[in-house]
Design a protein around this ligand. Structure first.
Ligand code: MRU
Length: 341
């Protein structure tokens, strides 16, 4: 199932803040509406943010009243700025926005033709993500054995991508191959992407899933209740994987207990020109921590820290699964150099 679609000049997607209790379709018609949806996590997950940014530019192009090519490019540049100011950490958003703008700049055609090129490039980015996830699923499924119990954190599923998912794509592919696996999903505080989205996706697909709170990860490792971890990524740099807050804790615990820790992400998540110290970690509003289900649970005026992502050094990563294959620890020099494993 496609999480995001282009239909007659409108972007159709699901409001992920309403799941799993309600399935509400969003019809996004302007780049500002797209920016709002991204900021408020109606649309979220690194690969989906890439497609959303690309489609945001398609909306900007279609809505532009430009009478010449340079006016259209100026409108697209404004739209790129709007989209890039939404969330700073997932590189896919920046990559997709730059790719679509670059395509429009290089084209040098008439206004209507350039608009069509922008829409076409956005569609291509979405299609490529769906294809990458299917390939990644097959590559990763080879690492999964019958009887495995796999821990995953946050939501790296169909909902975080255009289709199929990254970490959950690997799990889906293994399940489709007939491997009898089980999943332990962390709830993923503070916004509960694991409880709301991962558990929902897996239950819907009939894949056995057990929900735990984030603070139970140490317990399940110590009790040998999981034997593999698979997560997605928002950005993979030269020296680290940047992913949902709590990923680093799971990686260190996996290392301590000899549990393989896999990261599944498409090439559009790789940012090999940077290191971890250069990545902006999104800091979200304190109310996400002080409130639970809309109810205040912490003392009024308390100081809060709310980073949305953390940084896992590559030494904790057993392998990176992507659409082109698998980079094991021994291949990380090739990974850093951008060479196939
Ligand atoms: O804040 P979110 O929900 O956008 O964070 C999403 C994650 O951290 C995912 O694990 C990551 O984007 C990988 S999704 C395939």
């Amino acid at each position: 199932m496609r999480t995001i679609k282009w239909q007659d000049g409108t972007v159709i997607t699901i409001d992920q803040t309403r799941l799993p209790l309600e399935t509400v379709t969003l019809k996004i018609k302007t780049v500002d509406e797209m920016a709002e949806a991204i900021k408020n996590l109606r649309v979220r997950g690194a690969p989906l943010l890439g497609a959303a940014a690309a489609y945001g530019l398609a909306l900007a192009a279609c809505n532009s009243n430009a009478t010449c090519e340079s006016e259209l490019l100026a409108d697209l540049e404004d739209a790129v700025q709007t989209l890039k100011s939404t969330r700073p950490t997932a590189v896919n958003l920046f990559w997709a926005a730059d790719r679509v703008l670059g395509k429009a700049r290089d084209f040098r055609g008439r206004v209507e033709e350039t608009k069509a090129i922008v829409v076409q490039e956005a569609q291509r980015i979405a299609d490529e993500d769906a294809e990458a996830n299917l390939a990644m699923g097959e590559n990763g499924a080879a690492l999964i054995n019958d009887g495995d119990v796999i821990l995953t954190h946050c939501n790296a599923g169909e909902l975080a991508t255009v289709e199929y998912g990254t970490a959950l794509g690997v799990i889906r592919a293994a399940w489709k191959q007939g491997k009898k696996i089980k999943v332990i999903a962390t709830e993923t505080r503070p916004l509960l992407q694991g409880a709301r989205l991962t558990a929902y996706e897996l239950k819907r697909d009939g894949i056995p899933v057990t929900l735990i709170t984030d603070s139970m990860v140490g317990y399940v490792m110590q009790k040998r209740l999981v034997n593999k971890v698979i997560v997605g990524a928002d950005r993979i740099v030269q020296d680290a994987v940047v992913n949902k807050i709590g990923t680093f804790t799971a990686a260190v615990l996996a290392h301590e207990h000899g549990v393989p820790f896999y990261v599944a992400a498409p090439k559009s998540t790789f940012d090999l020109t940077r290191t971890a110290s250069e990545v902006i970690i999104e800091e979200r509003k304190p109310a996400e921590v002080t409130h639970y289900g809309g109810q205040q649970v912490a003392a009024e005026g308390i100081g809060v820290l709310n980073p949305a992502f953390d940084i896992t050094p590559l030494k904790y990563v057993t392998a990176i699964i992507y659409e082109g294959g698998v980079y094991y620890q021994k291949d990380f020099a090739k990974f850093k150099a951008g060479i196939s494993p």
